[in-house]
Design a protein around this ligand. Structure first.
Ligand code: GAF
Length: 395
């Protein structure tokens, strides 16, 4: 790790690696999901926004056909392979570790996915640095993928649009890293805009910006990172996906997107209790996304608190992806006056968010920190975020 700002740190690492300056620096953000959890791989709706924390990739061309990646998280362990070798490294088989260190599988997987899409060029050096918290459910992985995909798209003259680059990033995550995720995080990282959330239909990939208007309402969004690390490559995430597919098969539909709240009574009679509760979470969460979008548009951010709270309850009780630290963060924030709060991201650890009055940020933060101490949990990392810009070339 380094104390330098990440854009500068990426550039310095690049120069240490190659002895010359990069051709450019590209960056992409992490994300917070305002609402719509585990709906993306069910062809449903999500409402994430990009955050100010970003991953920077300093990139330059080589005069051979090799690709080298380095990161300030593992500065003394760059990984270098021939571009032609990527097809021997990937895909990673389900349940197995990638053939390279996991951090390197993200950018190398992007290069591999671009090759498969017919977009390849000469060798490159890539140096990465980031201030997106890792393992916090804030999509540090999508930030690496989107920064790398943007850089290679430009340097290899691939001409892919942002949605196509999001698909490249997802392919890297699914097939190179081996995490069976949906496309929400990559789309948020590619499409983010200041003061806007991205209302995404994950079936069609139609994306519409929705003004969040938190600051103008005198509100703030707190991120409460529990520091309970999680990974989507293993265990619970994959099991939830399987349950959803099982539920959709029982209902005779391609995906849970095709089940409505009115169908739930019939669903309950057709499946076991656990599968039914997984289905109920996804179906009601899709509806909560639609309700949040219309509420934001008609009444503003102050009116969405109950939807956030209902979303958390559904993840805790029906989808069973919360952990005591996330529930403590949500409960303590609400007890201290937050308008709404919920865990964000894939669950099993990571972060929760709270919508709070701007002037009560210190009081809510203190209350959450005190609740963690009282429960014997490690101190949470608490900070505010505002919706920020998506992937871009910085220099
Ligand atoms: C993780 C995944 F990467 C996303 O695709 C999404 O499924 C999310 O968990 C849950 O909503 O961030």
């Amino acid at each position: 790790m380094t104390d330098l700002q990440p854009a500068h740190a990426a550039s310095v690492l690049f120069e240490q690696l190659t002895g010359h300056a990069p051709a450019g620096i590209w960056s992409a953000p992490g994300r917070v999901n305002l609402i719509g959890e585990h709906t993306d791989y069910n062809d449903g709706f999500v409402l994430p926004f990009a955050i100010p924390h970003r991953t920077y990739a300093a990139v330059g061309m080589r005069d051979d056909d090799r690709i080298r990646v380095a990161s300030t998280f593992a500065a003394d362990a760059p990984v270098e392979v021939a571009l032609a070798e990527l097809t021997t490294l990937f895909p990673t088989r389900a349940g197995e570790e990638p053939a390279v260190a996991e951090w390197a599988a993200y950018p190398l997987g992007v290069a591999w996915a671009l090759q498969l899409a017919g977009a390849a060029g000469a060798g490159v050096d890539i140096a990465i640095s980031s201030d997106v918290p890792v393992g916090a459910g804030l999509s540090s992985s999508a930030a690496i993928e989107s920064a790398t995909a943007s850089a290679l798209n430009d340097l290899w003259d691939a001409g892919l649009d942002r949605t196509a680059l999001a698909r490249i990033g997802r392919r890297s995550e699914n097939e190179a890293v081996g995490a069976p995720t949906g496309i929400m995080d990559q789309m948020a990282s590619m499409l983010g805009e200041p003061d806007a959330a991205i209302f995404l239909d994950c079936r069609t990939l139609d994306a519409n910006l929705v003004r969040v208007g938190v600051a103008e309402a005198g509100l703030a969004i707190l991120v409460m990172d529990t520091r309970v690390q999680h990974s989507h490559s293993t265990g619970g995430y994959r099991e939830r996906r399987d349950s959803c597919e099982h539920g959709a098969a029982i209902m005779g539909v391609p995906s849970l997107r095709d089940v409505s709240v009115d169908d739930l009574a019939r669903a309950e009679g057709l499946m076991d209790d656990v599968t039914f509760r997984r289905v109920r979470h996804v179906v009601t969460e899709n509806q909560r996304v639609l309700d949040t979008v219309s509420t934001l548009r008609e009444s503003g951010a102050r009116a969405i608190g109950d939807l956030l709270v209902a979303s958390h309850a559904s993840m805790r009780d029906d989808f069973e992806i919360s952990v005591p630290e996330l529930d403590t963060a949500v409960d303590a924030a609400l007890a201290a006056g937050a308008i709404g709060a919920r865990m964000t991201g894939g669950g099993f650890g990571g972060a929760a968010i709270a919508l709070v009055e701007e002037e009560s940020v210190p009081a809510v933060s203190d209350a959450v920190t005190a609740a963690f101490a009282a429960s014997g949990f490690a101190s949470p990392h608490i900070f505010t975020v505002t919706p920020a810009a998506g992937a871009r070339r910085d220099s």
